[in-house]
Every structure is written in C-alpha cells, then in structure tokens.
Design a protein around this ligand. Structure first.
Ligand code: CP3
Length: 357
C-alpha cells in the first residue's frame, strides 16, 4: 500500500488527483455476500475470526472501489474483556445485562489490554495490511457513546440515565470517561502498530450534548485519547452525528480530521471548526434510496464545497442504512465513480486556471 494513497494525503491536507471516498458501514447487510455469511456466523463470530473478518473488510474495496477499508468490527467489542456482557440483537443493537451505573460499577471495569484481550482483532489488522491495496482504518467507540450503552444497558433515545450520572456524580462520570478514553487509546495504538494507517473514533451519540456539557464532561477525555495517539503520526478522525453545534469544540480535541453528518454543509462545518483541519462527509445516507439524478446533484454540491480547500474526504453523513429493499451495491459503485470523476475534472480545470509564469 503506497503511503501516497490519496485517502492519507487528503487527511494530511496534501494535494490529491481526485477526492478520496469511503463509506461508513461499507461492509454490511446491504451486500448479498455479507448476508450469506451471516446465515452461518454471528456478527461477533466474524469479528473474532481473522480470515472472515479480512474477507468482509476487503469486499467493499474490491466491489465498490473505495479508497480506504474500515476494519470489520464493532465499537462494543471492548466490553467483554472489560467485564461487561454485551449481546448485539438483531434490529435492536447492543444490549448489556450488567449496566454500569454507580461508582462501584465503574471501579469493577477492567482496564483493556489489547494484545491479550483482543488478539484476533490485531491479527485481522496484520492480515489485512498484507492483503489490501488501500489504507486500513482502525476504529474505536468514543467514550461518551460507549458510556451511553454501558449506562443505559442498550440503545436509547434521550440518554436520561447517562446524563443523570453525568450531572449527579461528576467524579464517577469523569472516572468512567477516563477509563473508556484509555481503553480506546490503547486499542487504537495497538491497531496502528498492527498495521492500521489511520484511526476513526465513532462518537455517534455525542451530538445529544449541549456544547457547554460537551466541553466540561467529554472534551477532556477526548483530548486525553487523541493526545495519546498524536505520537503515532497517523490521521486521527473524530466523527459524531448531529454535532453541528459541537464542531468548534471537536476541533479542539486533538483530532486531525473531523467527520460531519449531513445536517451541516461542508463550508459551514469548516467555518465552525475554524482551524485548518481535514473534513470527511457528508451525504445523507437516506439519499442512497433516492433516484440517481438526486444523488448525483447532492454529491456534486458536497464536492463543490469540499474542493474549496485542501483536505476533503467524501463519505456518508452516517453509516449505510439497513432497510428493505437494501441499498443497491451498484448505487455505491456509481457514486464512487462519480465522486472520483467529477472531482478529478474539477481539480484539473482549477490547475489550468492558475496563471503560469
Ligand atoms: O463497514 C464498517 O463500517 C465496519 C463495521 C462496523 C460495524 N459497527 C459492524 C456492524 C462499524 C464501524 C461499527 C461501529 C458501530 N457499532 C457504531 C458507530 C457507528 C454508527 O453506526 O453510529 C455503533 C453505534 C455500533 C453499535 C451497533 N452495532 C449498532 C447500533 C448496531 C446495529 C443494530 C442493528 O441490528 O441495526 C450494531 C450491529 C452491527 N455492527 C452491524 C454491523 C454490520 C449490523 C448487524 C449484523 O450484521 O449483525
């Protein structure tokens, strides 16, 4: 895998020949091959088997021509070794039978030791490094998002128990944030050492917080997490959903790339972040169910703003949605081709406009 890969160049805000693209949840149930594999194996079985994990991770690269692979895993994979029983239920999501709600519960959590606790993940990364023609993105869950599952015991609409802990017992809350930040930092560092070329922190539900609460209750843990990873010199992507009001603060986290959802136009996101960082996003994943001309129109609008500054990576604003009938593989193939072709033309004509002396 050449270090000149355009995904990595865009993360570093270096010039690219065309805009790189990958999709959150690019491996998953919209793919017939994945659905077939899932008839034989559970999600966690696939995650724990390096050969299957590598196969599923490679599939979208081979099939839709994306510029980066994302390790096939789940943010909840760290729970079991930390002493939490977690089951991923179909159409529900992660469900936990011993939720973490008190200081004693937090103190019982075991610190994560990636090489000992999750060796199969690191083996998958190493295997993929030797097989992939594009960079591999490692990932972990953000402390707030992980805490929301741990405290609620499952998915939640309003995060009442999580916020209750956050507001009523800040000492325990910060202890939990630090523990989860350390687990994520160690896990991501181990993934990089095993061969991941970039990492993304999925903090999907952090957008439920007001800016003042994010600053006070979450940002210190994020700075601790990214601070630990800076010395690895790989791109550090921070992604969340509905984070329009948090973008300036996310820019202070120590990440080098910010992932934005579809609610904020790219130009606005850049202005809000207010510092030279790469941006990743942000087609509404529901648009993949719209007619092609509509998809193309929206993708072009995103690219026009994305290309205004160096450092743009095309993605969805959140993961590929699981729906019946599923997103067609051909739609993602066509979108990928469009992003590449359109951005290459735009970059070439911009280069011609520069007066030569
Ligand atoms: O291609 C990729 O993006 C890599 C794979 C990946 C999965 N989970 C596999 C998976 C990634 C990056 C994740 C991250 C993840 N997991 C997040 C953050 C990103 C996001 O979507 O917000 C979150 C919140 C989770 C927790 C989780 N795991 C949920 C909410 C679900 C969905 C439950 C459902 O049935 O809809 C899962 C299960 C899961 N993780 C699936 C996949 C492909 C689908 C279920 C399956 O195949 O069994």
């Amino acid at each position: 895998m050449p270090d000149s890969a355009r995904f990595l160049r865009a993360c570093r805000r270096e010039p690219v020949d065309q805009v790189p693209v990958w999709y959150m949840r690019q491996a998953g149930r919209y793919q017939p091959e994945y659905r077939k594999l899932r008839e034989q194996h559970s999600l966690l079985e696939i995650c724990r088997n390096p050969r299957l994990c590598a196969e599923v991770t490679r599939l979208p690269v081979e099939q839709i021509g994306v510029d980066a692979a994302i390790l096939f895993s789940d943010i909840t994979i760290v729970f079991e070794p930390m002493g939490i029983r977690c089951d991923i239920r179909e159409h529900v999501g992660p469900v936990i039978d011993n939720p973490v709600r008190t200081r004693a519960d937090v103190e019982r959590l075991r610190p994560l030791e990636p090489a000992k606790d999750l060796p199969y993940v690191l083996e998958s990364v190493a295997l993929l490094r030797s097989q992939l023609p594009v960079p591999l993105i490692g990932f972990a869950g953000g402390p707030f998002t992980l805490a929301s599952y741990l405290v609620e015991g499952g998915p939640s609409r309003d995060y009442v128990r999580t916020k209750q802990l956050m507001y009523s017992d800040p000492v325990t809350w910060h202890r939990l944030m630090d523990l989860l930040a350390d687990a994520a930092a160690r896990f991501l560092a181990a993934q990089v050492q095993a061969g991941a070329a970039a990492v993304q922190v999925f903090d999907s539900w952090v957008g439920s917080l007001a800016p003042a609460d994010f600053r006070q209750a979450v940002l210190p843990a994020m700075q601790r997490l990214f601070g630990e990873l800076q010395k690895l010199s790989v791109p550090l992507i921070y992604f969340g959903v509905a984070t329009g009001e948090l973008l300036a603060l996310m820019g202070e986290s120590g990440a080098t790339v910010i992932g934005v959802d579809w609610r904020v136009p790219i130009r606005t996101a850049r202005a809000r972040i207010g510092r030279p960082m790469a941006i990743q996003g942000n087609l509404d994943p529901a648009l993949l169910f719209a007619p092609w001309p509509e998809i193309e129109k929206r993708a072009r609008a995103i690219l026009d703003e994305g290309l205004e500054e160096p450092g743009f990576i095309f993605n969805l604003g959140h993961g590929v949605i699981h729906h019946q009938p599923p997103v067609a593989v051909s739609t993602l193939q066509r979108l990928t081709r469009f992003v590449h072709d359109y951005s290459r033309e735009q970059l070439q004509s911009a280069a011609k406009e520069v007066p030569s002396r």
